[in-house]
Design a protein around this ligand. Structure first.
Ligand code: FEO
Length: 392
């Protein structure tokens, strides 16, 4: 993020990581990312909200130098994950008068992960404020978005919510503000799916609490700043709600074409029943796309061949991801083909234990599917369409 004013007295001083392609050695970043840090200058005190991923620390320092900042009074840590906190030890070293401010849980994690010295820390409680002189910071503890120690800061005079990872997006762009609604909504949905979706109910509670706060600007720790908060709040309200779409997500692998024929037949059968289908060949789909597709699909039907005694390893990986992300999926099905036997039904349904979903009757066939299998797939499509109708 370039060094640019957000509102008077608040400047973005973070960094854009244009070409990073993997986060936590796990999350694909097709659009890069940014580590947003914000400098708030009051009449008496100066605070820096978060830092940047350590390889980008020189950019943060360059921004501070350009602004002529020789003194920082408070380093506010919203979250202990190193993409935001990783440069705190260097900042404490370079700014010996700075106090590290956060909640007790976050300070404990910062001590564990970064060995920050306790004598430089000040613990704050939920709802506590910090005066900078004409700029009042109010701290809101919001555990589990997405770590247990996360908090947000509300700048009262300017009505800016610094939301940390919440409402963020892995998105690199030169302008700190929203410029491309479609690209931003796509990246924010993907970010929600990969990072926030397992904590849907906690996020809903935090949003209910925020509903009583007048917010003019939302400034997250990744992606763009929203001068129209309704843009991202409306998207989140939909994602964290219990509403699902009349859609079946159909991730599959086919080794010799039998499972593919079943997938194609089921897709056609569902489509004829006015159920939307998204088919993902897992050998050609990156997991971020799959996560994004899980956000509001009413049903997931997994297609797999048997490999030795179980499902294809790519399907096992996808099932693990689905279970870990805990989407609001209502119905789960399994279709596939086997050569001589195995236990893929028990294996895959056992892996989806954290979903609160009805498990539909599986459709399996030995070898190539024939008329009986296609009839069973039609019955599966009937059952899904009827269940979706009942959802309204
Ligand atoms: Fe952007 Fe959870 O760190």
């Amino acid at each position: 993020m370039p060094c640019k004013p957000i509102v008077p007295g608040v400047t973005s001083v973070g960094s854009v990581d244009w070409d990073r392609r993997l986060f936590d050695e796990l999350v694909p970043l097709p659009d890069g990312t940014s580590y947003n840090a914000y400098l708030i200058q009051g009449t008496d005190k100066v605070a820096l909200l978060d830092t940047v991923d350590p390889p980008k620390f020189p950019e943060l320092l360059a921004h501070l130098a350009r602004l002529g900042i020789g003194r920082i009074d408070y380093l506010i840590a919203h979250h202990a994950e190193q993409d935001h906190s990783g440069s705190l030890p260097e900042m404490l070293h370079l700014f010996p008068g700075a106090t590290l401010v956060s909640n007790g849980k976050c300070l404990k994690m910062l001590a564990d992960h970064l060995h920050v010295p306790a004598e430089r820390c000040r613990e704050i409680a939920d709802g506590e404020t910090l005066e900078l002189g004409g700029k009042t910071l109010e701290f809101l503890l919001t555990p589990w978005v997405h770590w247990p120690e996360t908090m947000l800061t509300y700048l009262r005079q300017d009505k800016v919510l610094f939301s940390c990872d919440l409402f963020g997006a892995h998105l690199a762009q030169s302008d700190p503000f929203l410029t491309d609604p479609v690209r931003t909504a796509t990246a924010a949905r993907r970010y929600y799916a990969e990072i926030m979706m397992p904590f849907r109910s906690q996020i809903r509670k935090h949003m209910e609490r925020l509903a009583g706060t007048e917010i003019a600007v939302i400034a997250p720790s990744h992606g763009v700043v929203y001068r129209d908060p309704a843009f991202i709040l409306d998207l989140y309200r939909d994602w964290v709600s219990d509403r699902v779409q009349n859609r079946v997500l159909l991730p599959f692998v086919s080794m010799h074409g039998s499972t593919r024929r079943m997938v194609e037949h089921l897709t056609e059968a569902l489509s004829r029943r006015d159920v939307e289908v998204e088919v993902c060949n897992l050998t050609a789909t990156e997991l971020g796309h799959l996560a994004s597709a899980l956000v509001d699909a009413a049903t997931v039907v997994i297609g797999t061949p048997m490999v030795l005694a179980g499902a294809h390893p790519a399907v096992v990986e996808a099932a693990y991801l689905v279970n870990a992300l805990r989407p609001k999926t209502r119905f789960v099905g399994l279709i596939g083909s086997y050569g001589w036997g195995g236990k893929m039904v028990e294996q895959i349904t056992g892996m989806l234990s954290s979903l609160k979903a009805e498990v539909l009757e599986p459709v399996l066939v030995q070898g190539l599917p024939g008329e009986k299998t296609y009839e069973a797939l039609d019955r599966l499509a009937d059952g899904i369409a009827e269940r979706h109708r009942q959802l309204g």
